[in-house]
Design a protein around this ligand. Sequence first.
Ligand code: SF4
Ligand code: SF4
Length: 524
Amino acid sequence: MADTGVAARIHGGLHLDEHKQESNATAIRTLGLPTRLVLPMHQHIGEPAEPLVRVGETVLKGQMIARASDYVSAPVHAPTSGRVTAIGEYPVPHPSGLHDLCIVLEPDGEDRWDTLPPGFPDWRSTDPAEMRERIRWAGIVGLGGAAFPTAVKVNTSGQRRIETLIINAAECEPYITCDDRLMREQAADIVDGIAILRHVLGAERCLIGIEDNKPEAAEALRAALGATVDAATDVVEVPTLYPSGGERQLIMLLTGREVPSHGLPAAVGVVCQNVATAAAVADAVLRGRPLIDRIVTVTGRGVVQPGNFRVRFGTPAPFVIDAAGGRSTDYHRLILGGPMMGFSLHDHQVPVTKASNCLLAPAADELPPSPTERPCIRCGECARVCPAQLLPQQLYWQARAQDFDKVQDYHLFDCIECGCCAYVCPAHIPLVHYYRFAKTAIWAHERDRDKSDLARRRHEARQARLERLEAERKARLRQKKEALEQQPSAAGKDPKRAAIEAAMQRVAAKKAAQLDAGQAPNDE
Ligand code: SF4
Ligand code: SF4
């Protein structure tokens, strides 16, 4: 059982109706092939991937079709074999209803694998840098929903030594059960991934944090750990309280350490990874398999047979809904993610991506739309439940006033967008929308500033280079001129010969000047 004392370690939080049993009773089903896959280039935090294929090209399953374009980026691999039919802008899962660059793949039905790199059977003696490179190649990102590139997260060189790897198995948001089913069915893969991640990080121990509403999953993990005799890894049950699975909250619950504001978990000697990410690491390192699919929970009274599905990236959401028995008569809207942190989809045709942990189709009375927003009554309820110990009301006022300096003074970027404040707000203010708006505006401003800084630095570097070349050219000319002047004159011996030599020197000086100016010498 969970140690209820640890719950006191985090501030606020909410006890919510779990709604887990609707989808966690049946085994994961593997989805078939849709008629087309739409693969966004931006499925992760960081820079989008860059297409490596052209329209008309045939590709094999597991082939890298887009490469990471930057350090914080991730490649995209073909989820099946087939033909690239288009590369262009398509609807992607984003709260704004954005279109973004995607590769469209028409499966050939053969599902033929590309030649994959060999696994590392002796990974314990393999250089961690080589393992990080494999994780990067595989396109692995945080599968808890954050989608931060894992290879970057496990590269802690130059930071404090990592003592503890924390595996986030809390899955605290109502309705979502994809991690629960994965732990029950693939605990051995998760345990393999944990051992590999510990090796890569050099972490002495691992704590798996799991809410106490998943006893079967906790038992499966303990059994898998027992089989590997891994004494440095413990399963720690924590009380069911939303959002215990927030990275900072889970670290506090398990270790009592507080990640500093604006800091990373590495600052307190911790790196946190999700259970599904650990399983993906095992796939990449042991079997040379890139990330091409994930488990997605499909639930809510709006679908006939809720459950969990292994879905290839790029699969359209309606195809997944159909696999769950299709829409019920209660179908009302579609949310990507859970009821607290997810967002309603503008376009239901969007594809499943690396960040898609749940498709929630609630009935109209299951998750009714929020009543009309009213003015803040300064009741302070939002601050009471905020797990990040922020002042949500102040954040709201400053975000609303678009005072982006002030909103950062109130630690906007420590907000994990858990939605607890909005959930309890008696004025029904969509507080998180205001925080997201402020964050997006600040990021856009920083991007513009970075771009203009970069342009200014490039211009200055070019000017400096041109000035250096000009100075070097003048120096060479001066040296040649001086050398010519210092040559002994033959004028005293033979006036005719001296006149010829003087003429030759003038021609040589002219040629040198032409060469320095980048012109072809003019032979006279
Ligand atoms: S809960 Fe809502 S009404 Fe109360 S202080 Fe916070 S923002 Fe204002
Ligand atoms: S959404 Fe942000 S401000 Fe609101 S409760 Fe969660 S962490 Fe606090």
